[in-house]
Design a protein around this ligand. Structure first.
Ligand SMILES: [Zn+2]
Ligand SMILES: [Zn+2]
Length: 438
């Protein structure tokens, strides 16, 4: 090899040396998917998922689920904090010091009867894991098992967040309030998706799921005989106008290019055909993809209800049920983490398996984490059309395709460990830059 060629090679080497490119494929994490598919991890995850499925527990009542998680963490030699946010468990893998990266799984089930007849059907009447949170827990444990085996290679600490009460309870808010996630650089979460193919993921940068709030209003008039309405103040007619006016907020006030929802799902008033009741209670939900739009809806809902009730000589009180049904912010994925996610998961599954997600008008309490720190959530496909079409989430016929479990575990493990490796690699660069300036 001639001198010029050597020089060229040296120049190329130097270029790479001063601008290191983080290579996910060269790290130990490239084997994570194969590891997650090994019976030792896969069968174990399936077993845990089925146990949790048989014993579903509602928000902040996940006592047995929490116990099961703790016993598995203990067996794996993973230290944890408990109780956090009532039933929550926070596990630690790695050096025990900074930097910190978190992975989150929600644990709660839904108050509904399972109608799927199978060996591991819910044993608790009226309660069911119909959103896949049983799978979320088992996948995070699967990730923990894989990561624990590589603990010495992890330059920092991975925090495992087993969170209670996602289904309308805002458990994420309680976890944050406990202080368990202070100094965390980034948090990742996933949700299984019954209508995306197994082995694929979908997500997007920016808005992903809506922010949502709930309201309840009591419209009070004066009850009386249906035949002499002029002696009464009819809250039924008043409320009917309230509901129509609420719809005008969406059709006449908000930007049609900014999707928003306002649904009145509850209307209770009167028991008899010939009696005008004293009052009517209505309740509903409102959703939008930015905090500003959610807040605008909230303000206008109150004004319209009170104003329209007054037009009909009624009084109205409006509550936003902050305690029972707290407001969920919009789920907004961090842009840099989106690039990072595409690169890590593209490497693990293949770039063609990482697809763009559609906006969802459902909400996710993962959004609370994203308000506190950079956060990223994605959907994990479960569908295998050649076997069956899976019903949507919250259906009494909901099913989890357990073949998806290794993908979730491996992606969790890869996202967390590569993130710490990346921070570790970026750190000397920052210091070097600082030194140069000196
Ligand atoms: Zn759900
Ligand atoms: Zn869910």
């Amino acid at each position: 090899m001639g001198f010029v060629k050597w020089l060229n090679l040296l120049t190329i080497f130097h270029l790479f040396a001063v601008t290191p490119i983080f290579s996910y494929s060269s790290s130990f994490t490239s084997k994570f998917l194969d590891l997650a598919k090994e019976p030792e991890v896969f069968d174990w995850m399936v077993d845990i998922r089925r146990k949790i499925h048989e014993n579903p527990e509602l928000g902040y009542e996940e006592f047995e689920t929490s116990k099961l998680i703790r016993s598995e963490l203990t067996k794996l030699g993973i230290p944890y904090k408990h109780p956090v946010a009532v039933t929550g468990v926070i596990g630690f893998i790695g050096t025990g010091s900074s930097p910190f990266v978190a992975l989150r799984a929600d644990m709660d089930a839904l108050a509904m009867q399972e109608l799927v007849e199978w060996e591991h059907k819910s044993k608790v009447p009226g309660k069911m894991h119909a959103c896949g949170h049983d799978a979320h827990v088992s996948m995070l444990l699967g990730a923990a098992k894989i990561l624990k085996a590589h603990e010495k290679e992890i330059p920092g600490t991975i925090i495992l967040v087993f969170q209670p009460g996602e289904e309308g309870h805002g458990g994420a808010k309680k976890i944050l309030a406990s202080g368990a996630l202070e100094n965390v650089s980034a948090i990742f979460g996933l949700h299984v998706h019954p209508n995306e193919p197994v082995g694929e993921v979908t997500s997007k940068s920016g808005s992903l799921a809506a922010g949502s709030g709930f309201f309840e209003a009591i419209i009070s008039g004066k009850g009386g005989h249906a035949a002499i309405p002029h002696h009464a103040i009819d809250p039924i007619v008043a409320t009917s106008n309230v509901i129509i006016s609420l719809q005008h907020i969406l059709s006449r006030e908000v930007n049609p290019l900014d999707p928003q929802v306002l649904t009145v799902g509850k209307f209770q008033g009167g028991d008899a055909y010939n009696v005008i009741p004293d009052s009517v209670t209505i309740g509903g939900t409102f959703r939008a993809f930015s905090r500003e739009s959610v807040m605008y809806l909230k303000k206008r809902i109150e004004q319209v209800i009170i104003g329209q009730a007054a037009v009909h000589r009624c009084n109205a009180t409006v509550s936003f049920l902050d305690e029972e049904k707290p407001y969920f912010p919009p789920t907004v994925n961090n842009e840099e983490l989106h690039e990072y996610f595409n690169s890590v998961v593209g490497n693990l599954l293949g770039v063609d398996k990482v697809k763009r997600a559609k906006l969802l008008t459902a909400s996710e309490d993962f959004a609370f984490y994203q308000e506190a720190m950079p956060g990223y959530i994605f959907f994990l496909g479960m569908e295998n059309k050649s076997v069956e079409q899976l019903p949507s989430a919250h259906s009494p016929y909901y099913k989890v395709n357990e073949d998806a479990l290794p993908y979730g575990a491996a992606i969790h493990a890869s996202l967390a460990s590569n993130y710490l490796l990346k921070l570790h690699q970026d750190l000397p660069l920052v210091q070097e830059k600082y030194n140069d300036e000196l």
